[in-house]
Design a protein around this ligand. Structure first.
Ligand code: G4P
Length: 284
């Protein structure tokens, strides 16, 4: 679903998350492992404030493992607990529980010392649209919870989903907006499929992706599209891919829209392997 974010929506989304924070012990901040910064809400620290938090790098199955390791280290150095998971297959989910217990150990010990009966940890999943919030909720719940839609403002009575005996999740996640005023962030969100294709020009997204791949994953490009070397001109690169893959218009001219679509589809379906579009050391 394409969402239009307006100042009113943003304020409402933020209000809804802030309200939910009162009900829970810990926030699970979901980000896309391929773009852990660009898939974050720009005001997340302010919104979550001092509530305990775990950063969850979702879709780790699609990200470059080596880069993901660096990101985990990066968040650790920022004083945040972080874990990489694949919500679709349910890989890494146990670690979320372990980290939650670790993080809340002191708080729960204090509650116990005050005579408060031990209870399950209460958590809220937050993140930008399409980052995998519903998939993770369903995985943890081991059933299909209906998606309420990526629209801030669709409210319903809060209910809790029990995950074993030790965890309770709010059944509706907190939906936050990405930093879309930054053009590069927009391109990364589009390349990874976080925003719909109608929003940005597909050729721009493909050019951005190609430039990144030439710099960081040249071998993958070479073997997928049989390059011997890369031209400095992106049009020539497009021409080469278009010709190799038969994206032609009548008269043999390259169909750039079709070529761009093919490149993006190859990326999203992992035909180019596991790719991360951001590294913590700022290597762009
Ligand atoms: P949201 O609630 O945050 O908006 O996201 P949602 O769970 O709907 O997930 C968005 C898309 O991302 C879905 O794909 C979902 O299957 C996919 N996804 C979620 N987590 C993971 C993961 O860890 N790995 C991979 N590879 N994909 C993940 P979709 O194509 O929109 O729908 P579907 O037909 O696949 O369900």
């Amino acid at each position: 679903m394409t969402i239009q974010w307006y100042p009113g929506h943003m304020a409402k989304a933020r209000r809804e998350v802030t309200e939910k924070l009162k009900l829970i012990d810990i926030v699970y901040e979901l980000v896309d492992a391929r773009i852990p910064v660009s898939s974050r809400n720009p005001m997340i620290d302010e919104i979550i404030s001092n509530k305990p938090r775990i950063v969850i790098l979702n879709k780790a199955d699609m990200a470059d493992e080596k880069v993901t390791k660096k990101w985990l280290q990066y968040f650790h150095e920022q004083g945040l607990q972080a874990v990489a998971i694949d919500s679709q297959k349910g890989i890494g989910l146990d670690r979320i529980m372990d980290l939650s217990k670790e993080r809340l150990h002191d708080l729960f010990s204090k509650m116990q010392a005050k005579g408060i009966k031990p209870r399950a940890i209460r958590a809220l999943i937050v993140g930008i649209p399409n980052v995998g919030k519903s998939t993770l909720i369903n995985r943890l719940a081991k059933r299909n919870i209906a998606k309420t839609g990526d629209r801030p403002g669709i409210t319903k009575a809060q209910s809790w989903i029990k995950v074993g005996k030790e965890l309770e999740l709010l059944d509706t996640p907190g939906i936050l907006w990405p930093k879309f005023e930054d053009e590069e962030v927009g391109l990364k969100l589009a390349a990874t499929g976080a925003i719909k294709d109608e929003i940005l020009n597909l050729q721009d997204v493909a050019v951005f992706a190609l430039r990144y791949l030439i710099q960081h994953y040249p071998e993958r490009l070479k073997s997928r599209y049989q390059f011997e070397s890369f031209s400095d001109h992106v049009v020539e690169i497009f021409d080469h891919i278009g010709k190799k893959r038969g994206c032609l218009m009548s008269g043999g001219l390259i169909d750039y829209d079709k070529t761009a679509e093919l490149i993006i589809r190859d990326l999203r379906t992992m035909k180019l392997g596991r790719i991360s579009f951001e590294e913590p050391d700022g290597k762009e």
